[in-house]
Design a protein around this ligand. Structure first.
Ligand code: FAD
Ligand code: DLZ
Ligand code: SF4
Length: 518
């Protein structure tokens, strides 16, 4: 009896549950490049190249490991260009008697998996994705009946569950759970910034680059230069390189933004983690080993571990907890179309032009750029959450709906009504000025509050608070903001609101075709 094991493009792990305890002689691994996945949103060209190249390399690694692999390439004759169509064909081709697959990361694909049994006419065993450290059943048990689903409490339980940075008697190493207060410095001028590991394309990657250029040339973003890790060995090298060169300063410069420094002290390991080339526990263990060896301080290592066993696992749990309703949430009733400059980068706002520019080049921006420049602007301007969420899903090399959607709809846009974030992540230009070097060379003056030449974030910030006063005035964490607003008095308040109205009136909406083919 032949067992068919479909492996999806973000399941590139030798430890995958569906590959365990299987007699290789009786199994066929199916991998599928399909148009449906490459175009359900029109992903950044680099992201498609990354996924196809990593898939082809993984197929090769499986073959070298003794697996029989049936790899359907995008341009293969007969490719139906959908997961379901290819699973059906493969069942016939191999006369498979059963299918064994790990649950998909995205709701959309998980629904498809549920239909395979009827479509292919053989039993389908869908296994939990145990590459995540918190099984969904445990997350639901944690979330059930709680009044507040805050990450910080979940994170403490994950520290206990994994034992990472815990003392023998069950206390957090160093005495505190969280060292974020030490993590808000801006780097002094003239630092020698580390660069992430990048790899020259091999023959497989070069072939994929040619395919993507030919078939997806009109998608957003620069395809080349391309140097992203596409194999397990390259991912492991990128991890070691990060630990040695950037982790020690990861903590204190975590919130900083410097023009031309796309990665600063961030790891860019999200792409490897989300594809499956690295596992969350090994990444955290490598960071903790650096701390144990005295090579990285606690504030950096705790901050880094928190992102992975805290935020990453929590976000994944929240996605499944609230889907499919999550995708349609719009608590603030925002409905403005996405401005054109999110695609072109053509704006005088330097923070925005820098962040969009590197997104286009690298398919990457770090967390604070995503949250406090790109997301902050969308929230202040009242952009439709679905439109900004689609944008985030298209443009980043690490974007899969399970992680993108809760970060955008929940954390960044407050469209879930405050389940993930206890207050909206909004700021005026002052925050961006404090944390970056963008404002010095901007056409706008960050110190000017209103009128021609004033930083748009300033008026938009107060206009946002005024627009949503009924919702936020009672929030204890926003009391100071409203106290300041009240002190302004009616004339100054009107000035802010007029300035915001004028600026918003001048925004040019994006043309069609960027997210989906018109
Ligand atoms: P580092 O700063 O080096 O952090 C280490 C790791 O922690 C990351 O690799 C990532 O795996 C994990 N991590 C950190 N923060 C988060 C978080 N909030 N949620 C989940 N994992 C986290 N992350 C994605 O992986 N895909 C996305 O599509 C995505 N979209 C985002 C959209 C918005 C609006 C915001 C605010 C955040 C988004 N994030 C997303 C989370 C975070 O910004 C990225 O994980 C991070 O920037 C990736 O870069 P890095 O690997 O250099 O991260
Ligand atoms: C993102 C993506 C793209 C662009 N193409 C493919 C593909 O052709 N084949 C594939 O198996 N996976 C692809 N992916 C990743 C999938 O979208 C991802 O595996 C699902 O979202 C998981 O639910
Ligand atoms: Fe951005 Fe305002 Fe600073 Fe210009 S002045 S870079 S628009 S925050």
């Amino acid at each position: 009896m032949t067992l068919l094991i479909p492996v999806l493009g973000d399941q590139l792990s030798m430890s995958l549950a569906s590959l365990r305890d299987v007699d290789r002689g009786d199994a066929v691994v199916l991998m599928m490049e399909v148009w449906d996945e490459a175009t359900y949103v029109r992903h950044h060209k680099k992201k498609i190249a990354l996924i196809f190249s990593a898939m082809r390399h993984f197929a090769e690694a499986l073959r070298n490991d003794g697996w029989r692999v049936d790899y359907v390439a995008l341009d293969d004759a007969g490719n139906t260009q959908s997961f379901t169509g290819e699973v059906r064909r493969a069942v016939e081709r191999h006369r498979a008697a059963a299918i064994r697959v790990v649950e998909a990361g995205e709701y959309r694909v998980r629904q498809q998996q549920d239909a395979w049994q009827a479509e292919a006419g053989v039993p389908v065993d869908v296994l939990d994705d145990d590459r995540f450290l918190c099984p969904l059943a445990d997350f639901y048990a944690w979330a059930q009946g709680r009044r507040e689903l805050r990450m910080e409490f979940f994170y403490r339980e994950m520290r206990q569950r994994t034992g990472l940075l815990m003392t023998a008697n069950g206390k957090p190493v160093g005495g505190q759970w969280n060292y974020d207060k030490d993590n808000r410095d801006t780097p002094p001028r003239g630092l020698n910034y580390p660069a992430p590991s990048r790899f020259a394309p091999d023959a497989i990657t070069r072939e994929v680059l040619a395919l993507v250029a030919a078939r997806f040339g009109s998608h957003f973003g620069d395809l080349e230069p391309f140097g992203l890790p596409v194999t397990r060995a390259q991912a492991a090298e990128a991890l070691q390189h990060f630990i040695a060169t950037a982790l020690p300063d990861f903590g204190r410069y975590q919130d900083a933004m410097i023009a031309g420094q796309d990665y600063l002290y961030h790891s860019s390991l999200s792409l490897c983690l989300n594809l499956g080339l690295l596992e969350p526990l090994e990444v955290c263990q490598a960071a903790v080993a650096a701390f144990d060896a005295g090579a990285a301080p606690l504030n950096s290592v705790e901050g880094f571990v928190r992102q992975i066993i805290g935020w990453r696992e929590y976000i994944r749990g929240m996605y499944w907890w609230d889907m499919p309703e999550f995708a349609g949430r719009n608590a603030l009733e925002a409905n403005r179309p996405l401005p054109d400059f999110y695609w072109t980068g053509e704006t005088d706002m330097r923070c925005m032009a820098e962040s969009v520019g590197q997104t286009k080049r690298e398919a990457y921006a770090h967390h604070i750029q995503r949250l406090m420049v790109l997301g902050n602007f969308a929230l202040l301007a009242g952009i439709d959450p679905k439109a900004i969420s689609d944008w985030f899903l298209v443009v980043y090399f690490d974007a899969y709906e399970w992680v993108e959607l809760p970060n955008v709809i929940g954390m960044s846009q407050f469209a879930d009504g405050g389940v993930i974030a206890s207050k909206p992540y909004v700021s005026s230009g002052a925050y961006i000025d404090r944390m970056s070097d963008y404002c010095g060379r901007c056409r706008y003056d960050v110190k000017r509050k209103t009128g021609e030449g004033a930083c748009p974030y300033n008026a938009l910030y107060w206009d946002f608070l005024a627009r949503h006063e009924r919702r936020f005035r009672g929030n204890p964490r926003m009391r100071n903001m409203y106290a300041t607003w009240d002190r302004f008095g009616p004339e100054r308040q009107a000035d802010y609101r007029d300035s915001a109205r004028t600026f918003l009136g001048g925004l040019v909406p994006a043309g069609g075709g960027w997210v989906r083919q018109d």
